[in-house]
Each structure stands twice: as C-alpha cells, then as structure tokens.
Design a protein around this ligand. Structure first.
Ligand SMILES: C[S@@+](CC[C@H](N)C(=O)[O-])C[C@H]1O[C@@H](n2cnc3c(N)ncnc32)[C@H](O)[C@@H]1O
Ligand code: SF4
Length: 328
C-alpha cells in the first residue's frame, strides 16, 4: 500500500454580522444564505478524493464561522474527513456562546481563534467592531473553560491608537497570539511599527505570531513551510500537486480558477520569503551564491547565521521585503 500523503484542509465561511471597514477577506452580511452556501460547500468537499491523504490539520476560517448554528456545524463536519491533529475554528466575541463551544467539542474542534482585535474600547469603536473589551474578555473566559489551545487575534499600527498589551489575566488563559499590522485595502502595511512586549513565554515564532512552547499553529506552519493544503469555499486557496489554485469570490456561485504550476525558481523565492518571516529562518542551501550579501546583512545586524540557517533579526523583521529582494 502506498503511504498516505500529508494534507491540510481550509474551509471558508464567508458570512459576517457586519463588515468591518478595514477587512479584505471574502465575506458578506447575507446570513440568510448560509444554508444554501453550506449545500454548495458540502458538495465541493464530497467531490474531493481524500483517499490518498492523511489529514493533518483542519482550519474553519472566515468571515465569521461562529455564526454557524450547532446544526449547521454538524452538517459541515459530516462531510469533512477525519483529522486526528489540530482542528481550529475562528470565532467573533459577539456570536460566541456556551452552546456553540459544546458543539465545537462534539465535532472534534480542539483549537479556537478569537478575533479580539484590541483591548482598548476606543480602538474597537474606531475599527467598527460589534463587541467591547468586556465582551471580548468574557468570550476568552468562556473559551478557556472549553479549550486548552486558545488563540486571539489583535491588530497594531492603527493610526492614533496605541497598541494595548493583553492584561495578565488574559495572557494566563491563552496559548497563542496573532498580532497583525493594519493593512489598507491595497495590502500595503502602514509605515509605523509599534513594538510589542509580551512575556518571554510567548515566543515570536513568525513575524506576526507568538506562542507558548508547543502551541505554534500547526495549520499555519503548513502554509509557511510549503506543505500542501486544499481550500474549500468562496475565495479559498489551495496548494496541491505543486499547483496553486483558488476559488473565485462569488459567494453562492464560486468556481475554481487560476491554476498556476510552480517552477523550481518560484518555489525557491517563496521559501526564502517564508523563511525570513519564521524564527527558524532560511536553510542556507537555498542561499548558495549569496554569501557576500549575507555577510553584509550580518554586519548590518539584519540577519544572524547559524551553521544551517539564516535568520532575520528583530531589525531585519522590520525590512523583510528589502531583505527578500537582496536574497532571491
Ligand atoms: C479572517 S479574519 C476573521 C476573524 C473574525 N471574523 C473577526 O473579525 O474577529 C482574521 C483576522 O485577520 C485580521 N485582519 C483582518 N483585516 C485586517 C487588516 N486590514 N489588517 C490587519 N489585520 C487584519 C484580524 O485580526 C482578524 O481577526
Ligand atoms: S474582520 Fe472579521 S467580522 Fe470583520 S469583516 Fe472581516 S471577517 Fe468579518
């Protein structure tokens, strides 16, 4: 028998109670269409042949997956393959209840990612969020009762709104934090870079991600280390058999599009960019012929070298695109 190939699964739930002005993810507020969408989504999942694969991780992202009722969630998981690894769902504090937590556990979800965005009430208002700080903290407390692998999302570099470090009581309940720099719709990062000070047990293992030891996001590590994944739903991306493809973003009528076969050169370029973002760095065999520029970057304190890897320093993480251009 042929050994099973590792695969991760992403499922996109493109519905939100309200669209946040800053957000570019595929989503809409027509929540009355969720059942119809799930029919299409389940048909797409059932049509995929999972036989040759061992499912390493599943990630239910959005949009706002916590808008799904326990029945809708059950319907979705009935058509997903078994996964004995990490199974994550994203939730918003304002659509998150004890009933839903219990339903998540029943279908095998073992990791929760809560979109908190800020611990400052004014910032939440400016971002147009439907929840306040107190509701976010209550959601974290509730999630902590059900999950021992809990992540929160925060946003920094918001003009005129300083980043607020999560209170200790929150840090004690969570294992992982994603802190994204606010991007505008054109995807360019604003030119501030607020420092983040977290207790040392949260290691910055990727440029925007901090985790306690052993709680790094396994699903995202698949993206960041070039592993294969299949995405289902509107706007979902896939990397399978060395081809990248994505679904279009028409929510009730999405179709597979844009198949690109990766070349050796594009794989190397991707690996260098991803490696720059990771604490583990870039394998030195990808940088053959770049010794002179590497030494210069080391002298400038932007890169440090181990015997096997080149790793961006804190200063280097601030200028990732420039480093990438020098190293490819
Ligand atoms: C796919 S979104 C879904 C999260 C969830 N719906 C929520 O809003 O809480 C995942 C994360 O992306 C981040 N995000 C969305 N738009 C962003 C932007 N323009 N700049 C930086 N981070 C952003 C937010 O932190 C958000 O929690
Ligand atoms: S940030 Fe979350 S809730 Fe807001 S529009 Fe994006 S996906 Fe929806």
């Amino acid at each position: 028998m042929k050994p099973l190939k590792p695969l991760s699964v992403y499922v996109h739930i493109p519905f939100c109670e309200k669209r946040c002005g800053y957000c570019d993810f595929v989503s809409c507020t027509q929540t009355q269409d969720i059942d119809q969408y799930l029919q299409r989504l389940c048909a797409e999942i059932r049509a995929f042949n999972f036989h040759d694969y061992e499912i390493k991780t599943i990630y239910i992202g959005g949009g706002t997956p916590s808008l799904l009722s326990p029945e809708q969630l059950k319907m979705l998981f009935n058509c997903l393959p078994q996964c004995h690894g990490e199974v994550t769902i994203e939730a918003n504090p304002n659509s998150f209840t004890a009933d839903k937590c219990a339903a998540y556990r029943r279908v095998g979800i073992n990791r929760l990612s809560l979109g908190v965005q800020s611990f400052d009430s004014n910032t939440l208002r400016v971002l147009g969020r439907l929840h306040g700080v107190k509701q976010a903290i209550n959601a974290i407390k509730l999630a902590h009762e059900y999950f021992d692998n809990l992540s929160i999302d925060l946003i920094k570099d918001i003009p005129n709104h300083a980043f607020v470090t999560p209170p200790d009581a929150v840090l004690n309940m969570i294992q992982h934090i994603s802190i994204y720099s606010l991007t505008k719709n054109d995807e360019c990062v604003l030119d501030t870079d607020e420092p983040v000070n977290l207790p040392s047990e949260f290691e910055r293992y990727e440029v925007s991600n901090y985790a306690r030891k052993g709680y790094e996001s396994r699903h995202n590590m698949v993206y960041w280390t070039g592993g294969e994944y299949i995405g289902f739903g509107a706007g979902a991306h896939s990397l399978l058999n060395n081809q990248r493809f994505c679904n279009s973003s028409e929510i009730l009528n999405y179709k597979q599009q844009d198949i690109q076969t990766r070349t050796q050169e594009s794989i190397r370029h991707e690996k260098i960019m991803l490696g720059l973002r990771l604490r583990s760095g870039i394998a030195l065999d990808l940088l053959k012929g770049k010794e002179e520029i590497l030494n210069l970057l080391v002298e400038h304190g932007l890169i440090k070298l181990t015997t096997t890897h080149a790793i961006a320093t804190e200063a280097g993480l601030k200028v990732l695109n420039q480093l990438w251009l020098k190293l490819v």
